[in-house]
Write a protein that binds this ligand. Structure first.
Ligand code: HEC
Ligand code: HEC
Length: 503
């Protein structure tokens, strides 16, 4: 399906409204004319791209969703589930929060669903800038979420009274340290740069479990990636992903670790069987239907639904809480009753499957904003540098989605430009936390972060304060790229950044 004139008119009208409502965006909107734009502008393919660059750029429905009234209705219903804060009170809209949880909504961590959340000095889940997930892990097994009897893989720091959180946020410290690289933080032309990285610690007395020894564990923070376009990444075939992995192995330039083949039989209605991981920094998730968003709706909030009639909770937490006199008194229940409730596998569903299905239409249907200014000579120069410097070895510019993407057929056969190989690499960063082997982050649309979110923080823990610093953190498998960048003239460095801001 092609963008119709009718759609363009609606898009233009919507733009005029949103742009005028948004004072921080005084540039004119990009409006495609007939055949004016080369295919690279359609970052999300012809059917998955929207031409908008206001602060609403990451929240748009794909044209194919907007053109179908029923899909659009579901998209809007799904959007509300992502936007609204869930509440603990029963029998209200959006009820079911808790007993223990991480945040109340998606938007609490994924501002405007796109780009990254913001770098902060304090882990405060009430701070709307703080989209960090806290992870507690064993230093010798950083790749694994803590397979511990104490904590869930993503650490919970909130609870509905009288329950208590496993970790008291006031005991979490984020310290930003300066890093000096092997070039004394200088470009070859003598210009200086500065680099910082986070060190996270948790005080022993902030931990609910008395017999848990924090000094033998480590903590790290991981930032949001971006939700838009993940439907299109889901539509890339497993065969193409495996072929990319093989090609990188053969070339030897990148180790290109593939995500584990994850057995999803029974969990994914569309593609049963095993799939290579492609979502999250560690590629721990393989399909959208068993992906970070579908899971988050349940495990971030602990809102139960028909396919998840149990809590995201550890047995140890259930034990400690059920023995707690304050909890027993607050609920007027015995230890056994509390424990049985917390560990039950047959809780009443708090969300309907209609709501969940609508949520997945929204999730799959979030469009990618079109590229901008690609014809600018500096951007063209940056594009040449991006490829000559070897960035494309990992930031693979384009993919074509599979021919039979059943969950949303209209996004089959789309040429998309996410600039990622969806594989994991070791950039040998200073103290990367759990994320030493990190998936190449998609670069599409990120140039709009300043407009949408008011900052340019990047990388898995937001240690980079802008695109330039993100490149300067590339070592290990990408060390040659960093060296080449260091040797570039200021003009070329700026051109490369300008290209990255344009895609
Ligand atoms: C506590 C903050 C937080 C909340 C709330 C949250 N997320 Fe995330 N999300 C993250 C972080 C951090 C990552 C990256 C984590 C990783 O790679 O392990 C992420 C990753 C994702 C990704 C993967 C993107 C990719 O390219 O791989 C998707 C999709 C996603 N989240 C969707 C959602 C949805 C939908 C919701 C609401 C139901 C939600 N998230 C709620 C923090 C959060
Ligand atoms: C060996 C593979 C590899 C190569 C080569 C590579 N990158 Fe990356 N890139 C990554 C990985 C992995 C990440 C995510 C790292 C993280 O978040 O800790 C990343 C992240 C980025 C980011 C930040 C994305 C975000 O939003 O957090 C930018 C910008 C970037 N790369 C640009 C470049 C440029 C420009 C080049 C060439 C000069 C390049 N990369 C070469 C693997 C690579």
């Amino acid at each position: 399906m092609r963008l119709t004139n009718k759609f363009m008119m609606t898009a233009v009208c919507a733009l005029i409204i949103t742009v005028s409502a948004c004072s921080d965006n005084d540039e004119p909107p990009v409006v495609p004319g007939e055949n004016d734009y080369s295919e690279e502008y359609y970052a999300g393919g012809r059917n998955g791209t929207v031409f908008i660059k206001s602060s609403f750029a990451y929240k748009q429905a794909m044209p194919v969703i907007e053109e179908d009234p029923e899909l659009y209705r579901q998209f809007m219903r799904g959007e509300r589930l992502a936007d609204k804060s869930f509440v603990a009170s029963e029998d209200m809209a959006y009820s079911g929060l808790g007993p223990v949880y991480i945040r109340k909504s998606c938007i609490a961590c994924h501002p405007s669903y796109g780009g990254h959340s913001q770098r902060v000095d304090k882990y405060d889940s009430n701070d709307s800038r703080c989209g960090y997930l806290l992870m507690i892990y064993k230093p010798d097994e950083p790749g694994l979420p803590l397979a511990s009897k104490y904590f869930t893989g993503m650490t919970q720091t909130r609870a509905v009274s009288p329950f208590k959180p496993p970790v008291d946020e006031s005991g979490i410290t984020i310290e930003w340290k300066n890093h000096t690289d092997e070039y004394e933080n200088k470009y070859e032309d003598g210009t200086s740069y500065s680099l910082i990285y986070p060190v996270v610690s948790i005080a022993q007395d902030a931990i609910l479990f008395e017999d848990f020894d924090m000094s033998r564990h480590a903590a790290s923070i991981e930032a949001t990636i971006g939700i838009y376009g993940t439907g299109l990444l889901d539509a890339i075939s497993d065969e193409d992903l495996r072929a990319q992995y093989q090609a990188e192995q053969t070339r030897g330039y990148c180790k290109g670790v593939i995500g584990a083949d994850i057995d999803e039989t029974g969990l994914n209605p569309y593609f049963p069987g095993k799939h290579p991981g492609r979502f999250t920094y560690l590629c721990t998730r393989a399909t959208l239907d068993n992906g970070p968003g579908a899971n988050a709706l349940w495990n971030i909030t602990n809102v139960t639904r028909n396919d998840r009639r149990y809590h995201y909770i550890t047995e140890e937490y259930a034990k400690v809480m059920s023995k707690d006199a304050g909890v027993q008194q607050g609920l007027g229940k015995t230890e056994d009753e509390i424990f049985t409730h917390l560990m039950s596998r047959e809780l009443a569903p708090e969300m309907t499957m209609e709501d969940y299905n609508a949520f997945m239409v929204w999730h799959r249907g979030l469009a990618v904003p079109a590229a901008r200014n690609l014809d600018d000579p500096a951007v063209q120069r940056g594009k040449t540098l991006f490829s000559e410097t070897g960035c494309t070895a990992c930031h693979r510019p384009s993919w074509t989605t599979r021919s039979n993407y059943t969950p949303l057929p209209a996004i089959s056969n789309q040429k998309i430009y996410p600039y990622t190989d969806l594989l994991r690499h070791d950039l040998e960063m200073k103290e990367p936390g759990r994320v030493q082997l990190c998936r190449t982050t998609p670069l599409w649309g990120r140039g709009l972060m300043q407009i949408v979110s008011g900052h340019t923080d990047r990388l898995h823990d937001l240690r980079a304060r802008n695109t330039e610093e993100a490149i300067l953190w590339h070592g290990g498998e990408a060390k040659k790229c960093k060296e080449a960048f260091r040797k570039m003239s200021k003009e070329d460095r700026d051109a490369l950044v300008k290209f990255l801001d344009a895609i």
